[in-house]
Design a protein around this ligand. Structure first.
Ligand code: TEU
Ligand code: CA
Length: 625
């Protein structure tokens, strides 16, 4: 039990304490050395309010301690034993955002038959498993992440027959299909919620989190996290939009319904799930107010009561045991806000919770949030990867990704200068497919797609962008608010997939639900198939390389030039082969350290380079043995 009399080093030694301290340092862009410094590490917590001149106060410390003391589980020390083989460690995953992938019937909205049309494309890219963003019946307040009926397909996307055909066609090509499982919340139009409103004394009455008075928690999409329901004269909790109501996982009946629903899909033959915001499902009992200082720092009030929810592990073990395990289903949890120690508790094989998680610690650099307009420094990615790979342990396995449907395009974030666009896209591809971990490619990333040239708010569709624009314009005026939205909008990743140099990018025959710009004229699948040196063909070659050399999956990793800025170099080796990967992380020419590697230059984002200088963002994979 940690108290106000504990020393900082005791907090740091506690796994969750370490995660939280790192989070605070990250937000403030401070170095971890501050805490490991012996003088500081011996400080008692209670001295901090004075020493930090109030930046940290007693209430902050107590909120912090509560999270730690209610999370008694500790991961085992880092294990270096052998890595267990698994299909999902070897597989290359590809995320499809169905609404924007391919429209088959000319209504401007992507659909299941459109995905079927493109399965051969995915197969030829080398994809092993497809993750589908939600395709269930939904009023689309958050593009399907607000589910009205878990057993029905969204009308715009097709029918259950279309889905069955999609699944069969995926399997016929030797690929796997994983679904998005959104069980932190449902749509307010879900039958459970409707009945919770009209029959408060039925079993549904307790399926959601109703309270007579709201607490101070805020929604991830802005504003209070509580909505008033006149039917019950009560407030109900929604961590996301007002139409996404949080489920009450404390209720065992509700958990049974969820298990039954998961099994229903597994009976159909789906191969696994990506679990939406799964670390949010357990909220601290009593839903206490969030701490003020934490709320200000995070721009979100209450998060300390559900990012590390007290019963999370218990719930995950239950659904694993009762639903996933009997079908041998794969799971990857989306877990915003957690750190590596919590990630170990969630994914270590011996814990029997999840197979993988998506950590988001690498998507922004320290001191930055997703709506800040700044240039992402890849040196931070290097540091992040080394830290995780050396400390995560062989009981755990990393997921690797740069993009998804919730974030702007990575190339744009790093360097929007068009001359570097395609080499940079290939540099990212090289790291994604040669580092140890399971790679996830987001649709369009394999072409080097970049952020969209949105002209005004009228071009945007995402509920998050629309909500925050309204909040920020009052604080900073229209122009500044729009600039922030442009920096972080999820819509950058949600515009139509660029198939051809044709009207509407070959996505549809009519105007799509969200517009695209002119970029499809210079960046599309059709052209890139023909061009030997395209980003698309580079991805194909890398994926083939990864498939033909198990060393790239299971081989040992050794980093070199660790302290050399802008240079990221590592070996992958096993008994059969030694590979060496050399990356220039910056836009300047860089002198190579040491001699030119002696071996076969297998793949590079530049044509032959005999010199001693690495070109801007150069990435080369060598075979040394
Ligand atoms: O996202 C969860 C989440 O907290 C963030 O990724 C968040 O949506 C975003 O970064 C805010 O800037 C998941 C889904 O991926 C997202 O599309 C949904 O909107 C959200 O859950 C609610 O279901
Ligand atoms: Ca359609």
């Amino acid at each position: 039990m940690l108290t106000i009399n504990s020393q900082l080093k005791e907090v740091y030694a506690h796994p969750i304490g370490r995660d939280l301290l790192k989070k605070v340092l990250f937000q403030k862009a401070l170095s971890e050395r501050i805490i490991t410094n012996p003088l500081v590490s011996r400080l008692k917590l209670k001295t901090l309010p004075v020493l930090t001149m109030g930046a940290v106060d007693r209430a902050f410390l107590e909120a912090f301690l509560q999270v730690l003391n209610e999370a008694p589980d500790r991961p085992r020390p880092v294990e270096k034993g052998p890595v267990q083989a698994a299909w999902w460690k070897e597989a290359v995953f590809y995320q499809v955002y169905p609404r924007s992938f391919k429209d088959s019937n000319g209504d401007g909205i992507g659909d299941l038959c459109g995905i079927i049309e493109k399965l051969d494309y995915l197969k030829s890219l080398g994809v092993d498993a497809i993750w589908l963003s939600p395709i269930y019946d939904s009023p689309n307040d958050d593009n399907g992440y607000d589910i009205r009926d878990y057993h029905k397909i969204m009308t715009e996307f097709g029918t259950m027959e279309d889905f069955d055909r999609l699944l069969a066609e995926v399997h016929a090509r030797g690929m796997k299909l994983i679904m998005d499982l959104v069980v932190n919340h449902t749509s307010d139009e879900h039958e459970w919620f409707q009945r919770a409103l009209t029959e408060p004394h039925s079993k549904y009455g307790d399926y959601y989190l109703f309270r007579d008075e709201p607490n101070n928690w805020t929604s991830i999409f802005g504003g209070s996290a509580w909505k008033y329901c006149p039917e019950r004269k009560q407030y109900v909790l929604h961590l996301f939009s007002q139409k996404q109501i949080d489920l009450n996982w404390e209720n065992p009946e509700l958990r049974r319904e969820i298990v039954a629903m998961i099994r229903w899909w597994l009976e159909k033959g789906v191969d696994g799930f990506r679990l939406d915001v799964i670390n949010f499902i357990s909220k601290r009992a009593g839903l206490p107010d969030g701490n003020e200082k934490i709320g200000k720092m995070m721009g979100l009030y209450g998060a300390e009561h559900y990012f590390y929810g007290p019963r999370l592990h218990e719930y995950l073990r239950q659904i694993r045991k009762e639903a996933f395990a009997p079908y041998n289903a794969f799971t990857v949890g989306e877990t915003p806000g957690i750190g590596m120690e919590m990630a170990k508790l969630l994914t270590a094989a011996y814990r029997e919770e999840l197979d993988l998680i998506f950590s988001f610690d690498h998507l922004e650099t320290p001191g930055h949030g997703k709506f800040d307009d700044y240039r992402y420094d890849l040196n931070y990615y290097k540091e992040y990867i080394i830290y995780w790979l050396e400390n995560y342990g062989n009981q755990c396995w990393m997921s690797l990704f740069f993009e998804n449907h919730d974030n702007p395009r990575m190339v744009s974030k790093i360097d929007p200068d068009p001359q570097f666009r395609f080499v940079l896209a290939k540099l990212l591809a090289t790291m994604l497919l040669t580092l140890p971990g399971t790679p996830f490619i987001y649709q369009g990333q394999e072409l080097g797609m970049i952020n969209k040239d949105f002209q005004s708010m009228a071009d945007l569709r995402d509920v998050e962008s629309l909500n925050f624009y309204e909040i920020w314009r009052k604080e900073m005026g229209d122009a500044a608010a729009f600039r922030r939205i442009l920096a972080g909008s999820r819509d950058h990743a949600r515009t139509p997939m660029q198939w051809e140099k044709a009207k509407y990018a070959g996505f549809s025959t009519v105007e799509p639900w969200i517009g695209t710009d002119e970029d499809y004229k210079i960046c599309n699948v059709e052209d890139q198939m023909k061009r030997e040196d395209s980003v698309l063909n580079y991805y194909r070659k890398l994926i083939q390389l990864r498939k033909s050399h198990p060393v790239l999956v299971y081989g040992e990793t050794a980093f070199v030039n660790r302290k050399v800025r802008d240079l990221f170099t590592y070996y992958r080796r096993d008994e059969q082969a030694v590979f060496y990967v050399e990356c220039n992380l910056c836009r300047n020419q860089l002198k190579r350290r040491g001699r030119r590697p002696e071996g076969l230059r297998l793949l590079s984002n530049y044509p032959e380079n005999e010199g001693h200088e690495l070109r801007p963002y150069e990435a080369t994979v060598w075979r040394l043995k």
